[in-house]
Design a protein around this ligand. Structure first.
Ligand code: XMP
Length: 325
């Protein structure tokens, strides 16, 4: 029968066997999945693992600092932070198609990992080769990217269907058979702190798939502000554990007329997408208290320039997916 203890033992043995005395890198995203995958692999191979955090410029406010602080403090893992904002924004310039964005982001992640691999080898040239890439791929990611049995490809998850064909790494994916709640149990068993284990899901492609339209630095900054307000108010209202997650989406290609002060505005809508779910395979829209929605709406329209409307997504999954892209 399934126990977190047996999953950990099994995976630790399998990883040791697979890696031997060679080395691995693990992409850390700040989310639960990559954190648990990293902790598991660290348990198996210790200092043969280096974690790589790619700051692609698509993160939410404060997220990079949080990863640097929380995860390293919790695990003592070796961490390499790569500032890749320019590279990602350049690759995404002019692209609005959701699948195209996902493929580009998946590809750029791998290119950055390859660069990190070369740097790690250069820093300690006598050591064993860095051959493995650890990813926190979960069972639903595999299924929804078309890797399951007979399922259609819904979205290319950045770490599954978004991988380039000429991938040089051997993959280690210790969570490939698990659902999110099981991953949280494994994380807890491994001693990761509550703030990491209970963190709400956030997609690897980040805010890049929460801007409907082209991704630009200005739009990202705007969305970061709106998202930070929504998260702040949800936390203040004590709702974090009641919802699965709440994507905040910028409809960058849409404008609507508004009025503010004594002038007409012509700004962008922000969509709130609070959902309740067990495993992200299906979801329902969360019935958030009206006063909380009102506070978020008032603050976003007052504090975020160029946003003059906040709308609520009341679609379940299916037919909608959780993310808009
Ligand atoms: P959807 O939008 O497919 O999302 O209903 C299901 C869950 O997966 C997250 N998500 C991703 N996570 N890489 C990730 O690590 C991705 O490419 C990705 N796409 C969606 C989403 O936030 C939700 O929790």
């Amino acid at each position: 029968s399934w126990t977190t203890g047996s999953v950990i033992e099994e995976q630790v043995a399998a990883i040791r066997e697979q890696v031997g005395n060679r080395r691995a890198i693990c992409g850390l995203s700040g989310g639960v999945d990559s954190a648990v995958a990293a902790a598991l692999v660290q348990k198996a191979i210790g200092s043969q693992l280096t974690c790589v955090y790619v700051d692609h410029g698509l993160m939410r406010k404060g997220e990079t600092e949080q990863v640097e602080k929380d995860f390293v403090a919790a695990t003592g893992v070796q961490l390499k932070v790569v500032d890749a904002e320019e590279r990602f924004l350049k690759a995404l310039a002019g692209v609005s198609d959701p699948e195209a964005k996902r493929k580009i982001i998946g590809r750029e992640f791998i290119r950055v990992f390859e660069q990190a691999q070369a740097e790690i080898v250069a820093e300690a040239p006598g050591d064993q080769p860095v051959e493995f890439l650890v990813q926190g791929t979960l069972y639903p990611d595999v299924v929804e990217s078309g890797g399951g049995t007979g399922t259609a490809n819904i979205k290319s998850h950045h770490n599954v269907g978004g991988l380039p064909e000429d991938l040089e790494f051997k993959l280690i994916e210790p969570l490939r058979k698990l659902f999110k709640d099981e991953v949280r149990m494994v994380g807890q068993e491994l001693g990761l702190p509550e703030e990491i284990v209970q963190r709400q899901p956030f997609p690897g492609p980040g805010l890049g798939i929460r801007i409907v339209g082209e991704v630009t630095k200005e739009r990202l900054d705007l969305l970061r502000e709106a998202d930070a307000i929504a998260r702040e108010e949800l936390t203040a209202a004590g709702l974090d554990r009641d919802i699965w997650q709440c994507p905040v989406v910028l409809l960058a290609d849409v404008r609507s007329v508004g009025v503010q002060g004594d002038g007409r505005t012509y700004g962008h809508p922000i969509v709130l997408r609070p959902v309740s779910s067990e495993d992200a395979m299906t979801a329902d829209w969360s019935r958030l208290p009206y006063d909380v929605l009102a506070r978020i709406s008032t603050r976003i329209t007052n504090e975020v320039a160029d946003v003059n409307r906040v709308v609520l997504d009341v679609t379940s999954k299916p037919p909608g997916t959780i993310e808009w892209e």
